[in-house]
Design a protein around this ligand. Structure first.
Ligand code: GAP
Length: 441
């Protein structure tokens, strides 16, 4: 795709996301707040489906992973221990003409474009400065007596400080993982590319604790890389749009001894989708040092006592949603549609009465809609003509549309139209639930 086409594609996706209730700019009626986004009816469902599938795969199907949900606000000492107060920073440079700031490590192209935007004037830049990404806030009721705290910059820390609580309250044995999904906040210097880099976002993470051993470390690091790649492929993402990229020594986060990203071939180039990090014993040993509490693990079978290593998989929910949307976007002469995996689609079905002014059709359609809703998210639409309703559901990615017509009153069948093939077939009303169930398998 050439550059204009790619920009065009992003504009179309942003417009569709707003038009169909996926994503709205945060606080839009007040002019917005940079780096924040609100998820509408379709977007919040898609997001929930991504998280639910992830949670099922990790915390429900596997015996070696348990889940937890830690507080966003933590004792600030936890952030000193984890190294974020000292090292969670991006290098930024500032244009001396207009004071706009850029990330010197990641925004080469933007910096070039900015230099050209000053109409031939020579742009001078400040020396790179480290800029801490932790978002600060205050806790307490009396002004002046409030404690400065941080909103969590990554969700990891709440899991690490609870390592012993989880070991002592469950039957887990190393190797085992702790799954968590939750919000994180970063004072990003340049939020942008729609939701790609936001200041408030959600993460889905596994901290997988293993024996501190080189062979084990390599084995599990490779295992989780492939496991995560396979998951995105199982959601129907195009293989040619995904690849691994190992981090160079000088770009790894302060906690990681090895790191690999899964990258996505986005309209603005290959970009980080999610990361697998070998955190070694960084977190647990630092929390042991700063809290004075023993964070080691006792293996009752071998009699060994050690601080485990941690292999982490960390994915942005918002970034997953964005790349899933881009990957699913289809356009031809006739229509635009989202070829979302049905398991991810916000609505599994939409139900329409052929004509909204025929009470007998509306009544039967309402009954079918009510029955299906007991099991799935289902959309209802009785506005405009059938063509327009198909058009709207295609853009939301609804896999099957069910129309109740006059024949339905007699033969107790409905027309089911498939989003991808646009083929229509007659299905008995009593078979609809089974029909969807089969397709979702
Ligand atoms: N616990 C490790 C960690 O947070 P990270 O590479 O900083 O590692 C992991 O972030 C993932 O979180 C990224 O790969 C991305 O999917 C998502 N993410 C990070 N910063 C983000 C931001 N500003 N906006 C949206 N998603 C972000």
């Amino acid at each position: 795709m050439i550059k204009n086409e790619k920009e065009n594609l992003m504009e179309k996706i942003v417009a569709l996301a707003k038009r169909r209730g996926f994503i709205f700019p945060g606080s839009e009626i007040y002019g917005g707040l940079a780096g924040t986004w609100d998820y509408g009816p379709a977007g919040s469902l898609l997001k929930k489906n991504i998280k639910d599938l992830w949670w099922k795969e990790m915390a429900q199907f596997r015996d070696d992973i348990v889940g937890m949900d830690a507080a966003i606000m933590m004792n600030p000492k936890a952030w000193e221990a984890s190294g974020h107060v000292e090292s969670f920073s991006d290098p930024l440079i500032e244009c001396k003409l207009c004071h706009r700031r850029f990330r010197v490590d990641k925004e080469e192209e933007e910096i070039k474009e900015h230099e050209e935007s000053h109409d031939g004037k020579t742009v001078e830049w400040t020396e790179p400065k480290k800029f801490n990404l932790l978002v600060k806030t205050y806790l307490g009721v009396v002004e002046g007596e409030q404690t400065e705290i941080y909103l969590r910059g990554e969700i990891t820390n709440g899991v690490q400080v609870n390592f012993k609580n989880v070991v002592n309250s469950t039957r887990v044995k190393i190797p085992f993982g702790i799954a968590q999904i939750g919000k994180a906040f970063r004072n990003e210097i340049t939020p942008g590319n729609f939701t790609f880099r936001s200041r408030e976002f959600e993460q889905m993470e596994i901290q997988f604790y293993i024996k501190p051993d080189e062979t084990e470390g390599k084995k599990w690091f490779e295992y989780w890389k492939q496991n995560r790649m396979d998951w995105y492929l199982s959601l129907g993402m195009k293989e040619e749009n995904l690849r691994f990229r190992d981090h160079a020594d000088d770009e790894r986060a302060h906690y990681a001894q090895a790191a690999t990203d899964i990258e996505y071939n986005s309209p603005w180039g290959w970009q980080e989708f999610m990361g697998v990090h070998h955190r070694g014993n960084w977190d647990l040993s630092r929390h042991q040092e700063f809290s004075g509490q023993d964070m080691s693990y006792y293996d009752s079978e071998t009699g060994e006592k050690y601080i485990p290593w941690d292999i982490e998989t960390s994915a942005g929910v918002d970034r997953s949603l964005l790349f899933i949307l881009i990957d699913a976007y289809r356009e031809d002469e006739e229509r635009t549609y989202l070829k979302l995996n049905p398991r991810l689609a916000p609505y599994k079905m939409a139900v329409f009465p052929l004509l909204a002014n025929k009470p007998e059709l509306v009544e039967l359609a309402r009954t079918i809609y009510g029955d299906l809703k007991n099991k799935y998210m289902v959309a209802w639409d009785d506005r405009g003509n059938i063509g327009k309703r198909y058009y709207a559901q295609d853009e939301i990615g609804t896999p099957w549309c069910v129309t109740v017509d006059f024949d339905s009153l007699e033969d107790k069948q409905v027309t089911v139209r498939d989003r991808d093939t646009m083929k229509q077939e007659r299905i008995a009303i009593g078979e609809l639930e089974k029909y969807v169930e089969e397709k979702l398998k």
